[in-house]
Design a protein around this ligand. Structure first.
Ligand SMILES: [Zn+2]
Length: 470
C-alpha cells in the first residue's frame, strides 16, 4: 500500500484524491491474499447460514480509515479497512458482516434502482499490494489501472429504510445464532459508537449515517442477543489471532510509522507486533531490518504462505527479482488457491528473466514458460484480473507472440474499463490471430463489446465484476 502513495506522488490529477490514505474521503480498493482469506473465513459461514452460495458473494476491501461496511449491486459486500481496525473482537466484525448479509438475504439492495445505477457506471480497480511496484516507473500504466475507481463513492450515498435496518438486524442475529457465534459483538459495536448519534452528521462515520443507532434499535436486539449468547461457542483463539494479523498488516502498510511504534513497541514480542514492525521497516526501505524480521517470522511459522509472500515482495522491490522467485514459489505451494500469489510469482519470474548476469537462454525461456502457466491459472480463477492480463501480455511479447500480446493487452484495458484502448488492441489482435482459436474468438468479442457503436450508458463495461470467483 505504501507503493500506492509513492506512485501517486508521480501521478497527477484526480487519481491523487482517491487513493491518498489517512483522510475520511480517501478511497481505493485493495487486494491482499491474506486479508481476503481471513475475511472469507469470517464471512462464508454467515453467507451459508443465509442460504447464499459463498462463491457468489464477492468481498471488496476499501482502503479507508472511516468505519463502514455496505452491500451494493447484488451480492457484493464492501468492507472499509477502518472497520477492521476499529473492531476489538472478531465477533464485532462478524456481527457487522452478518447484518450486511441480512440486507442481501432480505433482498434490500437488489431492488433499489438507485444503487444498481450507481454500480453500473462503476469500474472498480483492484490491485495487489505487490503488483503496484511494477508501475512505479510507469505512471501512465498506473493511471490506466486506477481508471475511474472514484466513482464507487456513489455507492455509499445510498441508505436503507428503518424497516430494512431492523430486518437486517434480525437476520444478522439469526446468522450468528445458526453459526453458533456470540452476537454480543454487534451490540458492543453499536454501543461503542452510540455517542456518535449525538455528534453532528458530518462528523459521524459513514456507517452510522446509513445505520442510525437508536435506543430502540439496541433495545430490540438486546433480549435476543442475550438468549443466543447463552448457547454460543466460546471465543476461538484462531479468529482472534487472525484479527490481530490483519490489524498488524494494515497498520504496517497504511499507518504512519509513528502509529506502528506506538501500537507495537519493540518490547512487544508477539508475532503480530513483529509483523507490523517488519512491514514498517520494508516501507522505510530498511531492507536489512525487513529481511531480519521476515526471516525470524518464517522461522516461527514456516507454513504461513503470507510470510513467504512478504519476503518475496521485499526482495523483488529491492531489485532482487531472481532471489524473490523461491519465496514466492513457496507461498504458491502453501496456498495454491490464490490468484494473487500466482501473479506475484509470475511477475518475479518475468523480472528474473532479465536479471543482470542471466545469460542462460534456456533458463530465461523456462521462466517465461512457467510464468505463462501461472498467469493462465490465475486468470482461470479471476478472469477479470487486469494485472494478470498485463503480465500475460508481457509473457506473450517475450515469446514473440504479438497477436496474443495484443489480445492480452485488450483484455487488460477492457477489465479496467478503458474501452478506447481495448478497441485498438482487440482490432490489432483480430488482424493477427486465427479467428478459430480461443484468443482470436475472444479478441473479436472484445472488439465488438468495445466498439463505440455498441457501448451503452457510461462506457459499456459490464457492472461490477472485478475479482469474481469462478
Ligand atoms: Zn444496515
Amino acid at each position: 500500500m505504501d507503493v500506492v502513495k509513492q506512485l501517486l506522488r508521480v501521478v497527477a490529477g484526480p487519481v491523487l484524491a482517491l487513493a491518498l490514505p489517512f483522510t475520511a474521503s480517501a478511497q481505493g480498493l485493495i487486494r491482499d491474499a491474506e486479508i481476503e482469506t481471513i475475511l472469507r473465513e469470517y464471512s462464508d459461514p454467515l453467507f451459508e447460514a443465509a442460504g447464499l452460495k459463498p462463491a457468489d458473494v464477492d468481498i471488496y476491501i476499501i482502503q479507508d480509515d472511516s468505519l463502514n461496511a455496505f452491500v451494493a449491486a447484488g451480492q457484493n459486500v464492501f468492507i472499509h479497512t477502518g472497520l477492521i481496525m476499529q473492531s476489538d473482537t472478531p465477533e464485532q466484525l462478524k456481527g457487522v458482516i452478518a447484518h450486511e448479509t441480512g440486507h442481501i438475504a432480505g433482498g434490500h439492495n437488489v431492488t433499489r434502482e438507485q444503487a444498481m445505477g450507481a454500480a453500473q457506471g462503476t469500474s472498480l480497480i483492484t490491485l495487489g499490494l505487490g503488483a503496484l511496484a511494477l508501475f512505479a516507473g510507469a505512471p501512465d500504466a498506473a493511471m490506466a489501472l486506477f481508471g475511474s475507481a472514484g466513482q464507487f463513492g456513489m455507492l455509499t450515498a445510498f441508505t436503507f429504510t428503518r424497516t430494512e435496518e431492523s430486518a437486517a438486524d434480525q437476520y444478522g442475529l439469526d446468522f450468528m445464532e445458526k453459526t453458533g457465534q456470540n452476537p454480543e459483538g454487534l451490540l458492543q459495536f453499536m454501543e461503542k459508537f452510540r455517542y456518535e448519534e449525538l455528534m453532528s452528521v458530518a462528523r459521524r462515520d459513514p456507517y452510522f449515517r446509513s445505520h442510525p443507532i437508536s435506543t430502540d434499535r439496541i433495545a430490540n436486539m438486546r433480549k435476543r442477543v442475550a438468549q443466543i449468547a447463552v448457547n454460543s461457542k466460546p471465543q476461538d483463539a484462531h479468529s482472534l489471532e487472525q484479527l490481530a494479523m490483519m490489524k498488524a498488516k494494515l497498520v504496517g502498510f497504511i499507518g504512519p510509522p509513528s502509529r506502528v511504534l506506538s501500537r507495537y513497541p519493540a518490547s512487544d514480542q508477539s508475532i503480530p507486533a513483529k509483523y507490523a514492525r517488519t512491514i514498517a521497516a520494508y516501507r522505510a526501505v530498511d531492507i536489512k531490518a525487513a529481511m531480519t524480521g521476515i526471516d525470524e517470522l518464517i522461522s516461527l511459522k514456516p507454513d504461513d504462505p503470507y510470510f513467504h509472500e512478504l519476503k518475496g515482495q521485499i526482495l523483488f522491490e529491492s531489485g532482487k527479482a531472481a532471489e524473490s522467485v523461491a519465496p514466492h514459489r513457496k507461498s504458491v505451494e502453501l496456498a495454491p488457491q490464490h490468484a494473487l500469489l500466482k501473479v506475484n510469482l509470475a511477475r518475479s519470474l518475468l523480472g528474473a528473466k532479465n536479471a543482470p548476469g542471466i545469460k542462460d537462454e534456456g533458463l530465461a525461456e523456462a521462466r517465461i514458460k512457467e510464468a505463462e502457466g501461472l498467469l493462465i491459472d490465475a486468470i482461470a480463477l479471476e478472469k477479470d484480473n487486469a494485472f494478470a492480463w498485463n503480465q500475460l501480455a508481457a509473457v506473450y511479447a517475450a515469446q514473440g507472440r504479438t497477436g496474443d500480446a495484443d489480445f492480452a493487452t485488450a483484455e487488460e484495458a477492457y477489465n479496467v474499463g478503458d474501452m478506447g484502448r481495448a478497441q485498438v488492441f482487440a482490432m490489432r489482435a483480430v488482424k493477427k490471430l486465427d479467428p478459430a482459436t480461443p484468443n482470436g474468438q475472444r479478441a473479436s468479442d472484445i472488439a465488438a463489446l468495445s466498439d463505440p457503436r455498441n457501448r451503452s450508458g457510461r462506457g459499456g463495461r459490464q457492472p461490477l465484476a472485478l475479482h469474481t470467483k469462478h
